[in-house]
Design a protein around this ligand. Sequence first.
Ligand SMILES: NC(=O)c1ccc[n+]([C@@H]2O[C@H](COP(=O)([O-])OP(=O)(O)OC[C@H]3O[C@@H](n4cnc5c(N)ncnc54)[C@H](O)[C@@H]3O)[C@@H](O)[C@H]2O)c1
Length: 246
Amino acid sequence: MGSNSLAGRRAFVTGGSSGIGAAIVRRFAAEGATVVIASRDLLPARALVEETGASVVQLDVTDLQAAHDAVTATGPFDILVNNAGIDQHAYFTKTTFADWRQLLAVNLEAVFATTHAALPAMQAAGYGRIINISSEAGRMGSRGGSVYAAAKGGVHAFTRSIARENGSKGITANVIAPGPVDTPLLRSGVEQYGEKLLESMKASTLLGRLGTPDEVAAAVAFLASEEAAFITGEILGVSGGMGCGL
Ligand SMILES: NC(=O)c1ccc[n+]([C@@H]2O[C@H](COP(=O)([O-])OP(=O)(O)OC[C@H]3O[C@@H](n4cnc5c(N)ncnc54)[C@H](O)[C@@H]3O)[C@@H](O)[C@H]2O)c1
């Protein structure tokens, strides 16, 4: 931490005021980056802004034009982290069209909009780091999370396509696929479904525990650094080995 490996870099982080996103913002700031947090609500971002010196833009990422405009208005950026996400615990036949639209809008469509806005400046600069936060569900599937898994799987294919189109321009695009990480998102599922869900999540990892937001942020910071220049189109599980072998 604090190695200044991101000094002089400008980063845009969606959903940056909570959980994994907030840990990424802290880590980027500690490494010397200038960070813009995109947050649905300004209030939860306020303390983080004071703590890290980041700035904040209010954004509901499901408004694709607003997401596009937020990036162009506050850019250019060297680093784009698409982290905002929502999940749902429901068997597929219990899901509705409205659920699908909402899950796809936040987890997948927003990624299109911010990437579309960030790429031209990265291409002109001949440098860029795009890191999309998906989930092990995106490659393993998820019992009780089929729509979420489909959206995250879409993020994987999209990221690899962006990596293919932009490798010759000095831009890398990678996915971080977390396993169960102790954040408000995970805790809301546990509140709804009880400690049994928590225990099954821990047991799904080879390490038998939840991950921390800082453990995810460390991997994101590495992929965002110049040192990771030869890594692109990858899906890196930060999941206690949950997806090992995939
Ligand atoms: N926590 C886990 O166990 C886990 C596991 C796998 C993947 N992930 C992924 O990690 C990412 C971060 O999740 P987290 O666990 O930190 O959850 P979190 O709920 O703490 O944070 C998610 C953030 O996304 C923001 N967000 C949601 N909808 C938004 C919208 N419409 N517009 C703008 N912002 C919006 C929230 O406000 C919040 O800041 C998500 O993409 C999630 O799918 C988390």
